[in-house]
Unconditional design. Sequence first.
Length: 257
Amino acid sequence: MKDMHILAIDHLGEDRDALSLALAQALGITLYEARARIAGTGKGPVIIASFGDKYDADKRAEQLRAAGISPLILSQAEIETDETRTTARTFVLADAELVIGTRTGEEVRMAYSGITLIIRGTRITHTTRTETEKSTKLAPGRAILSGGLMLTKSVKVTSTTSTDVRDGFFHLYGATLPPIAFLESGVLYDSLGPALKPTRTANFLHLLGELRQRCTAALFDDRLLTRPGQIRLLGPLFTPEAHMDIAVSVLARSLRS
């Protein structure tokens, strides 16, 4: 992936016409394009541009600040990935802390009082499968032309099916540790013991509910739970299926700032 600097707007305000005009002037785009980038975005944040050069991103952000708009800039290095966050495999809900067994076999301990943010969402994986089936069918025309030697012909039928696979997740944030990711399909729930539910989804929601009760200082946000919410944050420049890490990173920066 080439170097990338994400520019987003936080706290959009009520006057969208003035915002669209300032955005068009700062980015050098049409007013129509500017309106499209903040359409239906609620209060923000929303991604409005992406730059390959840090100077360009800083320059545009400065123009937005001069117009009274609050921008956020994330470099590629600040975007969460599977390599930069910790992914949970097991957990124990201890009295004062969450004990996490990671996918790499390490143990991480997070005091409930030290968890400051919980972001819940849904990862959507879009897959397309193309299949071609070969068959033979009677061909009376061929039989006549060939004097009865060619009675059939080969037929190919191609079909394409698309599937969306959804997987719930939540990320935990604290002051001293990298983000901790819990994937609904990737966590073992055995430690729930008598509280163990009959389905994976029920166990996932039970764990999330327990953490929300215990992490009394944590801010909770679930706007990435649905695709419309994801689209509102990512804007027209990125898709939820391919860029969920960007959405999570921008939202976490906004909430933690």
